[in-house]
Design a protein around this ligand. Structure first.
Ligand code: GLN
Length: 482
């Protein structure tokens, strides 16, 4: 069952060839066999998913209608609430925090009859690119345990890559869906900002955060988007648009123009460059017109992102005060100490660093020099994309400068931040982006190509991605998990 796509397993379930309980048991058994070595799940919701599976089987036997994701196993990143279950957000701070309601995205997946297996490991508060910032344990890349799975949605990526689940949700503030998907050989989709509700997602940087699916195929990502991409009155930034259907065709629409910011890609390693060149050639062979575009402005995107993201994080995380959510220091004797010691004990290093950075860039003396300037650069980046999308249907870049790096490779946080160069622009501009497997490096680690589209053009972007995927089919299951 784990070698199938989500759509295939749903179809088997609907035809009556396999029961939902059998599907749930199969994936729960795989989690039991592999979770300890991989570190992917923080919690497994065995009784809950078996209850859901039983009720789904009963409904099918009574010939009642079932949802679009009937019988599809799904893992949820642990920064999205599932009612009455723990949401840790990868942090010790929330180790005892029980969610009082479900995130809209989770609710929609459950309503579509998906089988929610558990919550996946992540960098604390989604801050990181390697999952090494999880307060719990590390996640190994199923392709090579020496390597990181990427981050911050590393648990989700490793879970799907090792086929402990067929779909996982991720959240992407600066690349946390696309980069781990690429490091683990998966499809990762970051929708247009506002397309998927953020209600029930623990906020990191609210103007950048977006939930999306991580899957083994583009068609599965499209299906998950049909379910999750709905207007939600509980999220003020949710797009007030009807849900979209995602028809897919192997052909690229006639006259598709794809822009490549060649001068921005100068620093790629020869191996990454060769892989990217091959991906561009595939697009050419599919009939796309390839044009050279200038996005040199994106060299400012890391600085812009790390000012805005930390600024927003510092205000969002102010709510974790030891009173309202999660843990409270047992040492504290005064109110002041509750604030101070709970944060000291509850937050990890990277989270503290970002709160300090964010507080600094928002402080009275520096607000104009950092925060306001970064906002202006963000507008310029948005404008640059807008003018490119006047004559291009999509922009293509690699997802990362190389395949997955080894655990411990980056000791200097700034060096780690610089790895996000190709993914953060999409968040700054609010545009949709996808990562799709594009081959393997000489170590056998997966590489990915990123395709970006204009705001609200999620369907068109998915279609271009599908044509590329069907022409290449690089996705595979890592040998040890077949
Ligand atoms: N790696 C980036 C960061 O650490 C992106 C994280 C994310 O998208 N959640 O901020």
């Amino acid at each position: 069952m784990h070698r199938l796509s989500a759509i295939e397993i749903r179809d088997l379930f609907c035809k009556g060839e396999v029961s939902a309980v059998q599907i749930a048991e199969h994936f729960l058994n795989r989690i039991e066999a592999h979770n300890e070595e991989l570190g992917t799940f923080l919690s497994v919701l065995r009784p809950r998913v078996l209850r859901k599976a039983e009720s789904l089987d009963k409904r099918r036997s009574r010939k009642e209608p079932v949802g679009k994701l009937a019988g599809v196993p799904i893992a949820i990143k642990d920064n999205m609430h599932i009612a009455h279950e723990i949401t840790t957000c990868g942090s010790k701070f929330l180790s005892n925090y029980k969610a009082p309601f479900s995130a809209t995205a989770v609710h929609l997946l459950e309503e579509a009859d998906a089988l929610i297996l558990g919550k996946t490991n992540m960098d604390e508060f989604a801050m990181g690119s390697s999952n090494e910032n999880s307060a719990y344990w590390k996640v190994q890349n199923p392709w090579n345990h020496k390597c990181v799975p990427g981050g911050s949605s590393g648990g989700s990526a490793a879970a799907v890559a090792a086929r402990l689940s067929l779909i996982a949700t991720g959240s992407d503030t600066g690349g946390s869906i696309r980069q781990p998907a690429s490091f683990c050989g998966l499809v990762g989709y970051k929708p247009t900002y506002g397309r998927v509700s953020r209600f029930g997602l623990v906020a990191f940087a609210s103007s950048l955060d977006q939930i999306g699916p991580m899957t083994t195929t583009v068609a599965d990502a499209a299906l998950a988007m049909e379910v999750m991409g709905q207007h939600c009155p509980r999220d003020a930034t949710s797009l007030d648009l009807p849900p979209e259907a995602y028809p897919l065709s192997k052909e690229l629409a006639a006259g598709t123009v794809i822009g490549i910011p060649w001068s921005f890609l100068e620093n790629l390693t020869p191996e990454a460059r060769k892989n990217f060149d091959a991906a561009v050639q595939v697009m050419r062979d599919l009939g796309a017109k390839i044009v050279d575009i200038n996005l040199d402005l994106l060299k400012y995107s890391i600085a812009t992102y790390y000012i805005l993201a930390t600024a927003e994080a510092s205000t969002n995380l102010a709510r974790f005060d030891g009173i309202r959510f999660g843990m409270r220091s047992k040492e504290a004797k005064t109110l002041e100490e509750i604030y101070e010691l709970s944060r000291k004990e509850g937050f990890g290093c990277e989270v503290k660093r970002r709160i300090m950075l964010g507080t600094y860039v928002l402080s009275a003396g520096f607000q104009d020099a950092f925060y306001k300037k970064a906002q202006k650069v963000r507008t310029l980046i948005l404008d640059a994309f807008e003018s490119i999308f006047n004559h291009c249907d999509a922009v293509m870049t690699p997802v990362t400068t190389s395949g997955a790096f080894e655990h411990g490779a980056f000791q200097d946080p700034v060096q780690m931040y610089l790895q996000d160069i190709f993914t953060v622009p999409a968040n700054l501009a609010g545009i949709p982006g996808i990562s799709i497997p594009s081959g393997y490096d000489s170590r056998g680690m997966p590489l990915g190509v990123q395709i970006l589209g204009p705001q609200m053009c999620d369907v068109a972007l998915m279609q271009i991605s599908y044509a590329y995927e069907q022409a290449t089919k690089h996705a595979r299951i890592p040998g040890d998990y077949e």
